[in-house]
Ligand binder design. Structure first.
Ligand code: ADP
Length: 480
């Protein structure tokens, strides 16, 4: 079974969030299940800089008037996979992030960039003779690859099956209608039953409308996206397609997130050696500039993009009362300037109890999860969420809102849950932590239970493989 796995990011080459983690780990887990996978990502400058070797595989000529487009083959010791890269220097070889410039502003040509990326993925689906490798299925991820099934539909030829995975319905890839002619898509696709979404072209809708099968990254989110409340205006389409929609829970890369062999943390540990775990606490507090208190007070942590989705505003409002009790909180995050600023201001008011590190740091994320007692994930919605799973594995009890993948991965024994999107509910759950922390013996039992949860990718990879298998014989003419 040959699968082209198409993603706009893949850890450790390039990552802005959970999609990067998934695209770095799931393809490897699929290979372990016997699937022949090629990972396709854009040849961003930062990716080219990370690779050990890069060689040209094929040239596709000038595709969208942006100069020669090539597919390169990359090798990375850090990502042991067959990596194919869409090379179009005008669009991808530039400093900055995958979607934004160094100032955090979206690239103005994102529409063109990901239209081209999708077009190349579709071409690889139908022109296997160029590479000698014909995918049976193209696995698409989020709006950046949403046009793939549209190109395939347009060309109409015998084609591979498509599975489109929704990692976050809020990011839709909306562009002006004029992009249609720029990228050479016929107008008939610009329709309510097609790409049009409130007078814009929605790349996400391309995936949702035209892919053979849809998935979300947790079973609960698969239900939530069909509701008016959480469906981002696409709930009608998603509930129409519910027979083709499945929720498969993400796993985590248990080699990268392994408390027994984590090079970034002060003291390795496992569930039988929780005393060792405690040795990660003081170095974290010192690194974050907080005093090491005796007797010990509960230490909360947050590792997150700082955006409204993540409930950071709720946390800011709930915090003063919790800090009154003496608890401490360490925050690692970046995102909306307003939230960054509010966190910093609060830090000035509580300098011995609140520490905020604005920025992005993988090693610090590891140290934080290893050192805190409780990891906060008070999200308004959460398609799957990975940090709560890292927390479980590292014995930091997660405190989460009961939504999406958080509801599917955390229970009353392994963590703390609250239901309502409200400051009171969050504060209530944080107060519950303060009470529970008094009984250290019970706390340890909960940590051991949390750390014993199976979270690796193998189970999900088997589920994806089963979906691939269902798609092959019926929906496509296989192109061997
Ligand atoms: P999302 O994809 O919505 O951002 P997830 O929980 O699925 O949320 O994935 C977030 C990923 O990004 C996790 O691997 C988390 O550790 C990481 N992350 C988020 N913010 C930071 C940060 N400031 N520094 C380091 N890692 C971060």
């Amino acid at each position: 079974m040959r699968v082209l796995f198409v993603s706009s990011e893949a850890h450790p080459l390039v990552k802005t969030g959970g999609l990067g983690d998934v695209a770095g780990a799931l393809p490897q887990a699929l290979v372990a299940e016997g699937v022949d996978v090629r990972l396709l990502i854009p040849a961003y400058r930062q990716v080219l800089d990370h690779l050990d070797t890069v060689e040209p595989l094929i040239s596709l000529g000038d595709q969208l008037g942006m100069g020669e487009v090539r597919v390169l083959q990359g090798v990375s010791h850090a990502l042991p996979l067959s990596i194919w890269l869409v090379d179009c220097p005008v669009l991808f070889d530039r400093p900055g992030g995958p979607y934004q410039d160094q100032q955090g502003v979206d690239w103005v040509d994102n529409g063109l960039r990901f239209a081209l990326f999708s077009r190349v993925a579709a071409l690889l689906g139908v022109t296997g003779r160029l590479t000698g490798w014909y995918p049976d299925l193209i696995h698409l991820n989020d709006w950046q690859s949403g046009l793939v099934p549209v190109w395939l539909r347009q060309w109409g030829a015998s084609r591979p099956a498509t599975l489109f995975t929704i990692h976050n319905l809020q990011y839709q890839g909306l562009f002006p209608k004029t992009l249609m002619s720029e990228i050479g898509l016929p107008d008939h696709f610009y329709d309510m039953h097609g790409l049009e979404y409130h007078q814009q072209l929605s790349m996400l809708k391309g995936g949702l409308y035209y892919a053979d099968r849809l998935s979300t990254v947790s079973p609960t989110y698969a239900l939530e996206v069909q509701s008016e409340e959480m469906g981002e205006g696409l709930n009608g389409l998603l509930s129409d397609r519910r027979e083709q929609l499945v929720g498969i829970l993400n796993g985590i890369d248990t080699r990268i997130w392994d408390p027994q062999h984590d090079p970034d943390i002060a003291a390795p540990f496992d569930k039988e050696r929780l005393d060792e775990r405690d040795r990660n606490r003081a170095p974290l507090l010192i690194e974050m500039g907080l005093p090491v208190t005796e007797p010990r007070v509960p230490l909360f942590g947050l590792v997150s993009r700082l955006v409204p989705q993540k409930g950071v505003d709720l946390l800011l409002a709930a915090l003063p009362e919790v800090l009154e009790s003496g608890a401490q909180l360490v925050v690692l995050g970046s995102g909306m300037p307003l939230l960054e600023q509010q966190l910093r201001q609060m830090q000035q008011q509580w300098p011995t109890q609140l520490a905020v590190w604005v920025g992005y740091s993988e090693p610090l994320a590891h140290r934080l999860v290893a050192g805190v007692d409780v990891l906060l994930v008070p999200s308004r919605f959460e398609p799957c969420g990975l940090t709560q799973m890292y927390a479980l594995r590292y014995g930091a009890l997660p405190l989460v809102r009961k939504t999406g993948g958080l509801a599917d991965t955390v229970d009353e024994q392994s963590g703390f849950l609250f239901e309502e999107v409200s400051v009171e509910s969050l504060r209530g759950a944080m107060n519950q932590v303060l009470d529970a922390f008094q009984d250290q013996a019970a706390w340890r039992e909960r940590q051991q239970y949390a750390m014993g949860r199976a979270l690796d990718w193998s189970r999900s990879a088997k589920q994806y493989k089963a979906v691939y298998q269902q798609l092959l014989p019926t929906d496509t003419g296989s192109m061997k």
